[in-house]
Design a protein around this ligand. Structure first.
Ligand SMILES: NC(=O)c1ccc[n+]([C@@H]2O[C@H](COP(=O)([O-])OP(=O)(O)OC[C@H]3O[C@@H](n4cnc5c(N)ncnc54)[C@H](OP(=O)(O)O)[C@@H]3O)[C@@H](O)[C@H]2O)c1
Length: 293
């Protein structure tokens, strides 16, 4: 199968490329090679490459910066997917797009997970721009699957777990406050890449939630990861109010992989099992990268 990856240099894009290149003919481009917000550039590359499936891992993911960079957020997260959907429709290809838990307002009770048909109500510009991307795809593509994921971490690129490790290694005695009233599922990009592979040629259409099973707060996730790494730390829980950020984030970000499970397609394990596996594979590399020089 010929597969085209956009945002190929991001943390998810790299893992998708590594996995799919084993079995498929993959073309993976970063933002410098293809800017998805340019309709002309997208049309020209897709017409030339004619992939069977396009996997869009590109996004403007700096959630707080989106609050002040609204035009840029919408250009990449809304116009970009629209351009890809239109170009793939012309060649009758399938579009797999990655979206986010931040399309919800998080006001459901903490023990109630969000399913695909729940009403969306983003709290942030990032969430609004990603929702606009979902809507554009549903209008312009007759063969697409949108995988909504959350709280990603992987071995390539920057993420919350790597930040926690870096801070703990810099000074394990310095107290760090980490938010303990937002709930979600830390999701490994390598597992999401496997999920993407599992739906490549499936005919499922629309939106499917795609996150690790079970949930934690950011505080619980950080402690679990640093315990697994056997790194000393001094982390205390705090509330969202005590740690204000430019973008508002949902208190409940827990997604239920309802559709993938019903179709027997979900590859996800618990977030704890994936962190254990991640640490087992990459402990040395993670410490080397995060150690101050
Ligand atoms: N990270 C999370 O916690 C999280 C949570 C929920 C959903 N998601 C979604 O998951 C997907 C993958 O996220 P990620 O964590 O892998 O993000 P990432 O590491 O930030 O990668 C995103 C990539 O998109 C590229 N990009 C930005 N603007 C572009 C443009 N105009 N044209 C083409 N490429 C562009 C970036 O390239 P440059 O670096 O060159 O700009 C970057 O390599 C995204 O759709 C994101 O919204 C992420």
């Amino acid at each position: 199968m010929k597969i085209f990856i956009t945002g190929g240099h991001g943390q998810l894009g790299r893992d998708v490329n590594t996995l799919l290149s084993k079995e498929h003919n993959v073309v993976s481009l970063g933002s410098k090679e293809l800017d998805i917000s340019s309709r002309a550039a997208v049309e020209s590359v897709i017409r030339k490459e004619r992939p069977d499936v396009l996997i869009n891992c590109a996004a403007y993911t700096a959630v707080d910066n989106c609050e002040t960079e609204k035009d840029q957020a919408f250009a990449v997260n809304a116009k970009g997917p629209e351009n890809l959907a239109i170009a793939m429709e012309v060649i009758a290809g399938r579009l797999i797009h990655i979206s986010t838990d931040y399309v919800f307002d998080g006001n459901k009770a903490a023990n109630e997970n969000y399913i695909e048909s729940d009403p969306t109500a983003p709290l942030s510009v990032y969430g609004q721009s990603k929702l606009a991307g979902e809507e554009a795809i549903s209008v312009h593509s007759s063969n697409h699957l949108i995988l909504r994921t959350a709280w990603l971490y992987g071995i390539k690129g920057n993420n919350f777990l790597k930040t926690m490790l870096k801070l703990a290694l810099t000074d394990s005695t310095r107290e760090l406050k980490v938010v303990n009233d937002q709930f979600g599922s830390l999701t490994w990009t390598a597992t999401l890449a496997r999920q993407t592979e599992a739906v490549l040629s499936n005919t499922m259409q629309g939106i499917a939630h795609a996150t690790a099973e079970d949930a934690s707060t950011w505080y619980e996730g950080a402690c679990y990861f640093l315990d697994a790494m056997a790194i000393p730390y001094n982390i205390s829980p705090c509330t969202t109010k005590e740690y204000p950020t430019p973008a508002h984030r949902p208190a409940n970000s827990i997604l239920e992989n309802n559709r993938l499970k019903q179709a027997g397609l979900s590859v996800f394990k618990t977030w704890q099992e994936d962190i254990d596996h991640f640490v087992k594979l990459y402990k040395k590399e993670l410490i080397k990268e995060a150690t101050p020089h």
